[in-house]
Every structure is written in structure tokens, then in C-alpha cells.
Write a protein that binds this ligand. Sequence first.
Ligand code: PMP
Length: 404
Amino acid sequence: QGLSSADHIELAQSRSAHNYSPLPVVIAEGRGAWVTDVEGKRYLDCLAGYSAMNFGHHNPDLLAAAHAQIDRVTLTSRAFYNDQFGPWVSSLADMVGKEKVLPMNTGAEAVETGIKVARKWGYEVKGVPENQATIVVAGANFHGRTTTIISFSSDPEAKTGFGPYTPGFRSVAYGDARAIEEAIDDTTVAVLIEPVQGEAGVIVPSADYLPRVREICDANRVLFIADEVQSGLGRTGTIRACEHTGVVPDAYLFGKALGGGILPVSAMVADEDVLGVIQPGQHGSTFGGNPLAGAVGQTVVRMLTEGPYLENARKLGEVLRRRLDAFVGDGVVSARSIGLWAGVDVDPALASGKELCKRLAEHGVLVKDTHGSTVRMSPPLVISEDDLNWGLDRFAEVIAELRA
Ligand code: PMP
């Protein structure tokens, strides 16, 4: 091909919809926590595909599983069984202590699945009349980009001009359990929340929030659906972010790292009393549960339960926390983290989040802004302590430059 980074950017800008505003970095290869651009410049990947690349780039175990399956059979549709499906769904359900799995592809599809299942459950089990179901959600949420999901977004950018919206959602402030209680009535079928809000800037709720939500859901016979698409599968140092407070929701939604960074794989995982409401013909996807997803998915489960990933996330999460705490005050207004996942609020007088990301990329570190002057970091869970420290040194360097 012989195209330069500038050529690639020009081509992408002129021939693709402008639905993102990427940093001017054209990635051509990845290994572990590092990626390389077209000209051979290396960057430490501290975004990891919004946690889709938890196991790092070019992970040998995942590649071996994918290669082996590609040589056998890749897609069958659910019109038939395939020999990877049963072993995958059973291992995934067992890993999180649930009975059943409904496999899809993207995170948004898993959320749509959660909404549909909750409504059907409300109709068939709780007796909520058809068309009356309500679901309580949290403000500043991010659950995806479909028409129904943006209907309960509080981000005007995600919403404006895309109406009419899907009715049936009530939004209350994140972290406020009492507001959830007040929003629930006889029509309420579910509470849908992120155990840690990712896109909002890695917002970790107080320790009593999720346990209170659990109690409220139990008292009102409402399903507690945890969107663990970004928080789950090792990011916080545990398989489920809900584990930190010992909470067991009625359903988990997983995505991103569920496909090992190889292909899009998502799922709703719950017990039979919930997922049993879905019968043939009522919900599905041509690609959901395909043999390649099953082969990669079994490897993901094995890696999470046997591999060093959780331990590394916990250990280096402490390093990350210590160093971020030390940053606060010198151009950094506040920082919070859980596992290898951090939100850093930079002094808005110094730089916007976007400007900071651009500067960091020039120094060889890739992160992503969320809103205002907040950036989030979510490096692959395979990152070494030296590399993490190197990335944080670059962060300190950029802040110092901005303050000079
Ligand atoms: N839920 C959460 C919590 C997310 O962070 C995201 C993606 N950032 C999604 C759902 C949507 O996932 P996808 O982009 O794969 O549709």
C-alpha cells in the first residue's frame, strides 16, 4: 500500500462518516500493551479499546484458539448447534454463578437484550400489562447507541435530533439509591445500572449503593440488571465489578473483553427464572453464539479463572492509585480508580481532555477523554509495572509542560 499516516487520515476523513473524532494516530500493529503506527512509532495503549483489549494485543492464547477454530468452522447461525456453543455458555454461566446465557455480539445488543428480557419478564411473571413496563436507569449512563438506548441517555449529543424516543425509562441520579426507590412503582420491571460508570469518567459509587439497590429491587420485585460491559472481566481486578461490594444482580450484561479483542461478543447472563421467558423466535442474532465466538469465549473464561490477569490488575491497580494520588494538586484536580481503571480530572485552565490526549499521544501514550477536562485510563491487564510507570511519567511530563 505504502500510505503514510497522513494519507490514511485523509482517506478516512474523506470517505467515512464523521461519527468519531479520532486522535491523529494510525495504528498498524499491536503487541501486549503497545501499538505501533504506520511510520513505526510506538505508543503505550492506555485505553485498550475501552476495555475490549483487556488481555493485550496479539495475545498468544487467544490467537491460538482463534486460529484453530478458523481452520475448522467459523459460522453456522443458530439454526443448528455447533460444538463450541454448549461448552462456552456453560463455562461463562458457571464463571459468574448463573444458570444461563443469551449470546449476542455488541455491548449495545446485550443491553437491548436486557431491556427486552426484563419487559417480557414483567409481562409474563410480574403481570405488568403489555406496553406499560418501566425501567429505572441512572443519569450520565452509557449503555450504547441504539435508538432505544439513547432514549434514556442524559447526553444531549447522543440524543438530539434522533427522536422519537422509546418510552418506558425513568432516569435518576447515579449513586442515589433513595431516588431509585422513589422512581419504582407497580409498572417497574428492572433497574439497569453500571456498577462503575465508565464513559461518565470512571465513577465508583459509595460502597453501600449497590447493596441498597439490591435490597430495593428485592423489596419491590424488580430485576437488578448490571451492565458490566466495560467494568466486567478483570478491569477492576475482579471478574465482576459487583464483587467489590458482594452484590449479586439478577442479570449481568457482558461485552468488550468477552470477545478477547478478536471479535465482537456479548451476552446476557442470568438464571432460568429470568432468561426462561424468551422462547424461539422472540430474540436473537445471526452471529450470536457463533463457533469462533465460542472458541475464543472459552479461552477468555479460562484466562480469567486461571491466568494472572486479575492479580496483575489488582497489583498494578495499587501502583496506579498511589501515583494518581500523588498527581492531585499539581494541575490535576482529582483522580479516582478501581483496579486498572482510572478517571483523572485535569485543571480545565491547563487543557481540555482532548488537548491532553493529543499531547500524551505525542509523548507516546494513548488515553481517551470523556467530557470536559477528564481523561480515563484503562491499560491492558497485561501491562508491566515498568510500562505503567513509564506511561504515568509521561503523564506527569505533559502536565508539567502545560503548567510551565
Ligand atoms: N455498556 C457500557 C457500560 C459501555 O461502556 C458500552 C461501550 N462503551 C456499551 C454498553 C456499548 O457497547 P458497544 O459499543 O459494544 O455497543
